[in-house]
Design a protein around this ligand. Structure first.
Ligand code: APR
Length: 230
């Protein structure tokens, strides 16, 4: 079986009603990154950060996987698929994908603020619970924080993701502005003979030194075209 690796970003979930970050009306027009997505912001105002992620979870609760997530999952019938996602939503899981690497954490999980990447500290919120409070405690007694990789923090899953990309026969980038490193650098790990596609209605930061086949469409329509072309 050929190996197919996806790198997905907020754009794949846009048609599910999830707000992207850098589009007009996106989250980074409404909030300051350093307030809600940095460790300093968290210690400065835990209530603001907690509210922000509670709101993200509330939005996710009302969302369903869209056709793009479903087509990604269906490709497992024909390919050895790995989904590397920058998204913290669980729409790839809910669409049926079984091999997913979350680079930037997961909204439905909380962890210790002392040892955020210790696996024994990471807890999934029970179904139906989407609100957390600043005085919630992690298993080690420290304040429980969202299991989210904030700006300035290490990205522990990047090496596993790079290994997957290096093995890919086909790489497909969907719905990311390729602004945020190290995730945006993953395309550089693709073999020189790998086929790289990029699906995005407004492609930005497309590396010109790589031979990338751009499908300038929304995720669901672009995924339909990709499935026909593969
Ligand atoms: N289908 C496909 N792509 C879309 C759609 C759609 N319906 N709508 C918007 N897009 C594209 C935009 O054109 C843009 O290129 O999705 C991309 C979204 O880019 P960003 O908002 O920058 O999101 P992303 O690249 O995932 O951000 C990376 O930044 O703040 C952080 O940690 C956060 O993981 C996130 C990271």
């Amino acid at each position: 079986m050929q190996k197919l690796v996806f790198l997905t970003g907020a754009g794949i979930s846009a048609e599910s009603g999830i707000t992207t970050f850098r589009d007009s009306g996106g989250l980074w027009e409404q909030y300051r990154v350093e307030d809600v997505a940095s460790i300093d912001g968290y210690y400065r105002d835990p209530q603001l950060v907690t509210n922000f992620y509670n709101e993200r979870r509330r939005q996710l609760q009302d969302a369903q996987p869209n056709e793009a997530h479903k087509l990604v999952a269906q490709l497992e019938a024909k390919y050895d698929v790995c989904v590397v996602t920058q998204n913290v939503d669980d729409l790839h899981e809910r669409a049926g994908s079984t091999n997913i690497i979350h680079l930037h954490g997961e909204l439905r999980k909380i962890t210790s603020s002392r040892n955020p990447n210790d696996p024994s500290q990471i807890e999934t919120l029970p179904p139906g619970k989407s609100i957390t409070y600043p005085d919630d405690r992690a298993r080690d007694g420290s304040p429980a924080r969202p299991f989210i990789v904030w700006f300035g923090e290490p990205v522990p899953m990047i090496e596993a993701a790079a290994r997957q990309v290096a093995e890919a026969d086909i790489m497909v980038v969907v719905g990311t502005s390729l602004n945020v490193y190290p995730a945006a650098g993953l395309v550089n790990y693709a073999r020189t003979d790998a086929h790289i596609y990029l699906i995005d209605p407004s492609p930005t930061n497309v590396p010109q030194y790589l031979n990338i086949h751009v499908i300038a469409k929304k995720a669901s329509e672009g995924m339909r075209q990709l499935c026909n072309e593969l």
